[in-house]
Design a protein around this ligand. Structure first.
Ligand code: ADP
Ligand code: MG
Length: 404
């Protein structure tokens, strides 16, 4: 069965349409540092507004502990959405309580409201299906239909993503449809060489994807926080760098598998090692097999790939026809450790073929470093979701919308 699309919901004028969006934007002191995910919801929202729907937007933001926490309020996001839409956006101070009910009841046709962070409610991410269903029931009472458009969360079995889609007539929004169009091109006969570049800090989450990617790709480049587990597995000391000690054997297995399958696994040959995790920390470039051979010894932290690695990666990327990249190469938020990410991003813009950047921080990184969205084939709003899709996994938030 194919993904149910917006038109499957019939005329939406006057209907209360819940949009499960992914408005999980990076914030610094309540200021949005990258509004890419808000912009990505606009096609669906403007379509619904034009149809005269009463639009109720919901999302998670960050990882609050199942209770209200002003630090993770969606209020600044509602404000930004209002600016981007060029019209007022109502904001409910709770998710399914009195404020949400009143806000929704006050909507006229074509109006938009945002309700407060879904994860202020423990039911949203509960491991207990009954608790999720109960919370989904409360959400369902707010609307007539659900448009699921939060691509970044479709790999999660969460109340608003999964159970809610079972309770209300539901369909995918335009963002999910567009994301799948591109990712399909990566899974079904990608043009070769096909290169995947991995980095970032969610090491334990992402190591597992390698197993599934190895049979599909020609080249795998590993940078970011993940590289140190590989270097350590190869017998090199990594000081205080990010490390998944219990994954060393697994990683050795990947290295062996890559060899067997003829996949070119390219690991860093150098890194930028810092005295501490700080923007102004003293830092030097060290060879990958001598990371503790710096003035900081065993207390050094690898915070970026080194310049030789960046060149190596850039050459492999430019020479590919299909490239998928998830995870910054270093701590790009600090200028001293942004070079690797910048060089890799630049190489992606020069690919003669399809280049895709996936992941919240990766997308934020390329924009922060001054690249424009249209320099890439596609910037996906989902990191974990796009990786799991590329692995060939069944994603609950898509299956519930008819995708197989
Ligand atoms: P994405 O959101 O694109 O999927 P992740 O969330 O996995 O990516 O990782 C992003 C984070 O990884 C960034 O905040 C960046 O600072 C961090 N990072 C990259 N390299 C390192 C490193 N060597 N050590 C610590 N953190 C790193
Ligand atoms: Mg991230």
């Amino acid at each position: 069965m194919a993904l149910r699309t917006l038109d499957s919901l019939g005329p939406l004028a006057g209907k209360r349409v819940i949009v499960r969006a992914d408005l999980n934007v990076p914030l610094k002191d309540a200021v949005i540092t990258d509004d890419g995910r808000v912009r990505a919801t606009l096609p669906t929202l403007t379509t619904l507004i034009a149809q005269g729907a009463r639009v109720i937007v919901c999302s998670h933001l960050g990882r609050p502990d199942g209770a209200p926490d002003p630090k993770y309020s969606l209020a600044p996001v509602a404000q930004r959405l209002s600016e981007l839409l060029g019209k007022p956006v109502a904001f409910a101070g709770d998710t399914v309580g009195e404020s949400a009910r009143q806000t929704v009841a006050a909507l006229a046709d074509g109006d938009v409201a945002v309700i407060e962070n879904l994860r202020f409610n423990p039911g949203e991410t509960s491991k207990d299906a009954g608790e999720r269903a109960a919370f989904a029931g409360e959400l369902a009472a707010l609307g007539d239909v659900l448009v699921s458009d939060g691509f970044g969360v479709v790999h999660r079995k969460q109340a608003s993503v999964y159970e809610l889609a079972e309770l209300l007539p539901s369909a995918a929004g335009l963002l999910i449809a567009a994301e799948l169009d591109i990712l399909d091109r990566l899974t079904e006969s990608p043009e070769r060489p096909y290169t995947v570049v991995l980095g970032g800090s969610k090491v334990s989450d992402k190591l597992g994807v390698i197993q599934h990617l190895l049979p599909r790709v020609d080249r795998l480049l590993v940078g970011g926080g993940m590289m140190f587990t590989f270097l350590k597995a190869e017998g090199h000391e990594v000081g205080k760098s990010l490390l998944e000690e219990d994954q060393l054997d697994t990683v050795l297995g990947y290295i062996a598998q890559a060899k067997e399958r003829g996949v070119e696994l390219i690991l860093p040959v150098d890194a930028v090692v810092a005295a501490s995790f700080a923007a102004d920390a003293e830092h030097v470039v060290a060879d990958a097999d001598a990371l503790e051979d710096t003035p900081f010894g065993a207390s050094g932290l690898g915070l970026d790939i080194g310049p030789r690695t960046a060149t190596l990666f850039a050459d492999a990327i430019r020479d590919s026809k299909t490239v998928f990249w998830n995870g910054p190469m270093g701590v790009f938020e600090m200028p001293s450790f942004a070079n690797g990410t910048r060089v890799v991003a630049q190489a992606l813009t020069e690919v003669d073929g399809l280049s895709v950047v996936g992941g919240g921080d990766s997308a934020a990184a390329v924009r922060q470093l001054g690249f424009q969205d249209d320099q890439f084939g596609h910037i996906s709003t989902g990191g974990g979701a796009s990786l799991e899709f590329l692995e060939g996994k069944k994603l609950p938030g898509l299956e519930v919308l008819g995708w197989q």
